[in-house]
Design a protein around this ligand. Structure first.
Ligand code: FMN
Length: 206
């Protein structure tokens, strides 16, 4: 099939996000200027560069009552955020933190998450997540939006500090089977890692 994205795809469900799968889940913790914590997952998320390490998240649409989502509001105000890696063990808590809550509600409390201080920035980290990326905002970019009140926004960040649980480091490498990250597919579907294989650049020369 082919469809123009400004016309109907003709399917029962929009296939777009299933075409971009698997997507890692950036589980973002922020803090309001008043010190109220906030946690929410984002799968329009990925790295953008390694030297220096940078990443992006896209925050789309509105929160409850038509307000800007708390994550974006907090990042605009404080210029700081933590990306915590969502794991299978934390999947229910991750999903719980996606529920629309009022800005004065800390989703971490509702989801029973224990938060610990960051080293370089004010937002807290999710203790049970094995990887935390402490980020400083570098740019906020307005994206195309279908309507003025459903704005799409991309947040770019500089990763200034990385925490990796020593238990997931084996022979000097991050053991992703131990991390057990989950990813977002299309529809209501998620996935865990399947088989891991290697490609070695030396093979191309042989
Ligand atoms: C797995 C998952 C991925 C999500 N990805 C995004 C995303 O990429 N962008 C977005 O705006 N919302 C995304 N959401 C929805 C937000 O998490 C949700 O709107 C949340 O309430 C925002 O919280 P906040 O207002 O505290 O920032 C996702 C939800 C789930 C469960």
């Amino acid at each position: 099939m082919f469809y123009k994205t400004n016309e109907s795809h003709g399917l029962a469900h929009n296939p777009y996000k299933a075409c971009l799968a698997p997507r890692p889940i950036g589980w973002v913790s922020t803090m309001s200027p008043d010190g109220i914590g906030n946690v929410a997952p984002f799968s329009f998320f990925n790295g953008t560069a390694q030297n220096p390490p940078q990443l992006m998240i896209s925050i789309n649409g509105k929160g409850p009552n038509g307000n800007t989502k708390d994550t974006l509001q907090n990042i605009e105000n404080t210029k700081e955020f933590v990306v915590n890696i969502a794991t299978y063990a934390l999947k229910d808590a991750m999903f719980r933190t996606a529920a629309p809550e009022q800005p004065n509600t800390d989703e971490a409390e509702i989801a029973g998450l224990n938060m610990v201080p960051s080293k370089l920035i004010k937002p807290m980290r999710i203790q049970n997540s094995p990887i935390h990326l402490e980020c400083q905002l570098t740019q906020i970019i307005d994206l195309l939006s279908d309507t003025d009140n459903e704005k799409n926004t991309m947040v770019l960040g500089h990763v200034i500090g990385i925490h990796i649980d020593d238990n997931v480091i084996v022979d000097g490498k991050v053991d992703l089977k131990k991390v057990n990250p989950i990813s977002r597919l299309g529809y209501k579907d998620y996935a865990m890692l399947g088989d891991i294989f290697q490609l070695d650049a030396a093979w191309r020369k042989s």
